[in-house]
Design a protein around this ligand. Structure first.
Ligand SMILES: Nc1ncnc2c1ncn2[C@@H]1O[C@H](COP(=O)(O)OP(=O)(O)OP(=O)(O)O)[C@@H](O)[C@H]1O
Length: 636
């Protein structure tokens, strides 16, 4: 710490003047300019049920008349208290803002559209969304395969590993809470490295030091400073940096309620505030002091009013400062010769390569997690062993009718449940990485869902066939290979449809626990109502009949029950007390049972298979649509 540096601020203030902002780019440096930027979002207050349908939406101004000028070779920090608009400013610059943007962003004097900005910049979000079971090098390689054309990938991966000091952990696992991997700071650097693979001209980072200890935070900011000094435009947001981190910044902005109270060289911040009667006390971190004076205390209406007046005063003073005028001079000269929007055209990898990369990445991530891998392949066959132990081998007496219906009910209802359990475990981390990469424009939801399907398909087929074989042959259902194959196909269809019902719900609902509950309730109710094994379809009330008609278990149950009961004969051993009664003996043939519960079931097999396939494709497409409907949740 060197707090004494601020004891005589006027000494530094002498350097502060019209040249404190870098001159307009005539020296080969790139520039990024924000001109007259205003940003508004829909103000959401209270719950939807408290609102009137006719209520006019209230807009909240998040950024107000922001002007800024950044050049390459400088590390710029955007600071401010919580809610001051730091993330929103980065969102607007990167073209990710969800609200109404007014004003322009220029790169090298050229208006930059969203597409143009994406081709030149990268955006490092606050959260590290990485797959836990990949190594650092694998994470970077897979991302490079998704971003870069063939031959450049290995070279670029080695370069970013070197640049961000990740060489010693290059072959270590990323890890997560349970299986510990690299440290938090290293994970942060991997997140940054992932974004640097394309060697972007502009690097935007939202709070890259959040959650890091002071040493690691300084290390990360030092890395960013090196990148900036190597000729990039680097802009990062930071809540309230420590003094030693503050010293690493070349330019500092302070935001308050979406307005700028200071933007200029870090070395001139204290002199500037001292000149407007806010000196920095000895031994205090200037950033703490100036963020405090730029913050609004909302503990009482009186304090709020007095703080708001102070901030308005700070904004006005800043807008009359030499520094602001010098920057505006740069901006107006730099943006006067606006030309048409330009794009950096990059030829990305083809669909085949993206699909292959995503599928193998998902597969490797699953393979490394032995528990999940084992569960994915073993849960379902294991469950069949319990059913077999419970029901034993089927006989042909009257009791066996109930045993058979119990077994067939489990064959129809358990595959979706097993699918839900597996999907809720493995899908959410893949989905979070998808949100980031799709936002970065690497691929779309169709490729993501296709890759997910390809990586789970072998597990679904293998485990479904293992489950079906165990139940079918050990319990002694009809000794016919064709009937067995149909039985296994029904189980596989129920399994995969259950998987995509869960994916659909996880597309709409971000919380995996809630998605689990919804998917389980949906599945158990549809099996209860429509399988016809608990209550026959014919005896259902009209509304439930309608529900059953559009439910998959109805058609699955019809196939397996029809196939099993067709051509079966049941013995009828009368017990002593009804030996001499006239009571008819239950069902003497399978056909008699089918006539009551599933009339014509055996003849509907191919129609029912067609309905099941159609149903699966409907759910499959809807699972993609669900991601489109939900959009991108905020991943902070
Ligand atoms: N899409 C949005 N919808 C509603 N309000 C929004 C939206 N985006 C930003 N805001 C509001 O704008 C203000 C600024 O938010 P922003 O996230 O930019 O602040 P911040 O300075 O990054 O805060 P923090 O340091 O806590 O992350 C907040 O009051 C926030 O609630």
């Amino acid at each position: 710490m060197e707090p004494t540096q601020y004891l005589n601020p006027t000494a530094q203030y002498r350097h502060y003047g019209v040249n404190s902002h870098p001159r307009q780019v005539s020296d080969g440096r790139s520039s990024l300019t924000i001109k007259d930027l205003n940003y508004q979002v829909d103000d959401i207050k209270g719950y939807w049920w408290q609102k009137s349908w006719f209520e006019v939406k209230i807009k909240k101004t998040v950024l107000k008349n922001v002007n800024m000028y950044f050049t390459s070779g400088q590390l710029a920090a955007i600071t401010g208290s919580s809610g001051s608009g730091k993330t929103s400013l980065l969102d607007v610059i990167s073209g990710r803002a969800e609200g109404e943007v007014d004003g322009n962003v220029y790169v090298n004097n050229t208006i930059c559209s969203e597409k143009s900005m994406r081709s030149r910049s990268c955006y490092v979000m606050q959260a590290d969304r990485l797959l836990p079971n990949l190594t650092v090098r694998e994470t970077l390689r897979y991302t490079a395969f998704l971003k870069l054309p063939g031959k450049t990938t290995h070279k670029q991966v080695d370069k970013v590993i070197q640049d961000l000091g990740l060489k010693s952990v290059a072959d270590s696992l990323i890890g997560a809470t349970i299986n510990r991997g690299i440290s938090g700071g290293e994970r942060r650097r991997v997140t940054i490295a992932v974004q640097l693979l394309q060697d972007p001209q502009i690097i935007l980072l939202d709070e890259p030091t959040t959650g890091l200890d002071s040493f690691t935070a300084r290390y990360v900011v030092n890395n960013l400073r090196d990148l900036a000094h190597s000729g990039k435009i680097v802009i990062m947001s930071v809540h309230q940096p420590r003094y030693d981190i503050l010293k690493l910044f070349d330019q500092v902005a302070i935001l308050s309620q979406g307005e700028v109270t200071y933007y200029g060289p870090q070395s001139e911040m204290v002199p500037y505030f001292t000149s407007i009667n806010y000196p920095c006390p000895t031994y205090a971190n200037p950033m703490d002091i100036y963020i405090d004076v730029s913050s609004i205390d909302r503990r009482s209406p009186e304090r709020e009013v007095s703080c708001s007046l102070r901030v308005t005063n700070l904004v006005t003073k800043y807008r009359h400062s030499d520094q602001y005028l010098s920057m505006m001079d740069n901006i107006s000269r730099g943006t006067s010769d606006v030309t048409k929007p330009s794009y950096i055209s990059t030829s990305g990898p083809g669909i085949g390569r993206i699909l292959y990369t995503l599928t193998s990445r998902f597969y490797v991530n699953l393979w490394r997690d032995k528990m999940m891998f084992g569960a994915r392949i073993g849960n379902f066959p294991l469950f069949s062993i319990f059913i077999v132990m419970f029901l034993g081998t089927m006989t042909y007496d009257q009791q066996s009718i109930q045993d058979r219906t119990g077994l067939l009910y489990n064959s129809v209802s358990s595959p979706p449940f097993i699918a839900i359990i597996n999907c809720v475990q493995i899908f959410p981390p893949l989905r979070d990485v998808y949100y980031r990469e799709c936002r970065d424009g690497l691929y779309n939801v169709v490729l993501f869902i296709l890759a997910y399907t390809l990586h789970i398909l072998p597990f679904i087929i293998l485990s479904s066939f293992a489950f079906a074989s165990c139940l079918y042959w050990i319990c002694g259902l009809q000794n016919d290979v064709t009937l067995f194959l149909m039985f296994a196909a029904v189980i596989t269809m129920m399994h995969i449809t259950g998987e995509f019902v869960t994916v659909l719900i996880l597309g709409l609902c971000h919380n995996p626990q809630i998605a689990n509950t919804i998917a389980s309730l949906f599945t158990s109710l549809s099996c209860l109502i429509s399988s016809g094994l608990i209550r026959s379809y014919e005896s259902l009330p009209y509304v439930l009949k309608l529900v059953a008609t559009v439910s998959l278990p109805k058609y699955a149950a019809e196939i397996v029950v029809g196939n099993e009961f067709h051509n079966l004969n049941f013995t009828c051993v009368k017990v002593l007390f009804i030996l001499f009664s006239d009571e008819p003996c239950g069902y003497q043939t399978g056909e008699a049972f089918l006539d009551v519960f599933y009339p014509g079931a055996f003849g509907h097999v191919s129609r029912n298979f067609e309905i099941m396939i159609g149903y699966f494709f409907f759910i499959f497409i809807m699972s993609m649509v669900s991601f489109k409907i939900r959009g991108f949740p905020t991943l902070q």
